[in-house]
Design a protein around this ligand. Structure first.
Ligand code: NAP
Length: 287
């Protein structure tokens, strides 16, 4: 059976580092502070934002959820975002997605100024990633968390063949860039890729960010059983149970390691958000 790359030990290890760094910042007169902009009452969003707040409080940062009305107008919403973003006491801010219908067309990526963009979605932050300037940058949380996890479990990336399935702006594309910046040989696959299995069989590490339950199966793996599988997917199976993109039961005896769902990539995303908050707070000292 494959080794399980669980997030729990990684998060526990990093929580100590976050606590120390937060204390250090407070001693320098900076109380790391984050605002979460939540519109409406989407049940999953309520849980996610609460978890993020709880996690920040664990290491001593301040986090407030600004809960806006489901029916808020575009003008009022943008006004609120601008006001929060302009507050000097706020180091990090993000907008919890999805937004309600009347706000769905808004490109949220650039709404938060880059130095407070703890999600790492702003074009300036993506540009830093594109240029390989990752030091002190605020990087997209999910791919950043995957790098943290692979590092914790001793996976060396240099020279490895990495196949990323999915090319979204929040996971697939930044994941590919981060892998390149670590000197891996990165391939990105998507819905128009011809013969996906040909690519995935060549990979030392497969990162799946597709959003289809149990999409990656044994037939996508090579026989050697030496591949590392990273499952970003958060889907529901036919019984409504949370599951990833990777068919866990089908592959677990045919790979070296796999990240479980739940308990794998999800909590790593929250850890990255916290790391970005402290990075933003630290950067504010040198403005
Ligand atoms: P997305 O924007 O919907 O992108 C999905 C990608 O998968 C697209 O690039 C699409 O290709 C590709 N794809 C679809 N069908 C495919 C197929 N048959 N073969 C190969 N590629 C295919 O999704 P996302 O936002 O990146 O999210 C992906 C999954 O990760 C979702 O389940 C989401 O809930 C989850 N997620 C989890 C976390 C976490 O913290 N754990 C964070 C973010 C997302 P095209 O570009 O050609 O359409």
């Amino acid at each position: 059976m494959a080794e399980l790359y669980k997030s729990k030990p990684v998060v526990e290890d990093h929580l100590r580092k976050l606590t120390d760094k937060c204390l250090e910042l407070k001693e320098k007169g900076v109380l790391p502070s984050m605002k979460v902009i939540l519109v409406g009452n989407n049940p999953a969003s309520l849980i996610y934002t609460r978890n993020k707040k709880k996690f920040c409080e664990k290491f001593g940062a301040d986090c407030e959820i600004i809960h806006l009305d489901e029916k808020i107008s575009e003008k009022d919403f943008l006004g609120q975002v601008e006001k929060i973003s302009a507050d000097d006491k706020v180091h990090g801010c993000f907008i919890q997605l999805p937004l309600p219908d009347q706000l769905k067309h808004i490109e949220v990526g650039d709404l938060i100024p880059p130095h407070k963009d703890v999600d790492g979605f702003h074009r300036d932050n993506l540009n830093a990633l594109l240029h390989g300037n990752e030091d002190k940058a605020l990087l997209p949380c999910t791919p950043k968390g995957i790098i943290t996890m692979l590092d914790f479990y001793g996976e060396k990336l240099q020279g490895k063949n990495v196949v990323v399935i999915g090319r979204s702006m929040i996971v697939g594309k930044p994941m590919m860039l981060m892998m390149l910046n670590k000197n891996a040989t990165a391939t990105i696959c998507h819905s128009r890729t011809v013969n996906l299995a040909e690519h995935t069989k060549r990979a030392d590490i497969i990162v799946s960010a597709v959003g289809i339950a149990k999409f990656v199966k044994k037939e996508h793996l090579r026989d050697a059983g030496d591949q590392v599988l990273v499952d970003v997917g958060m889907n529901h199976d036919e019984n409504g149970k949370l599951c990833g993109d990777i068919d866990f039961e089908d592959v677990v005896d045919h790979c070296k390691a796999i990240t479980p769902v739940p308990g794998g990539v999800g909590p790593m995303t929250i850890l990255s958000l916290a790391q970005n908050l402290l990075q933003a707070a630290e950067n504010s000292l040198y403005k």
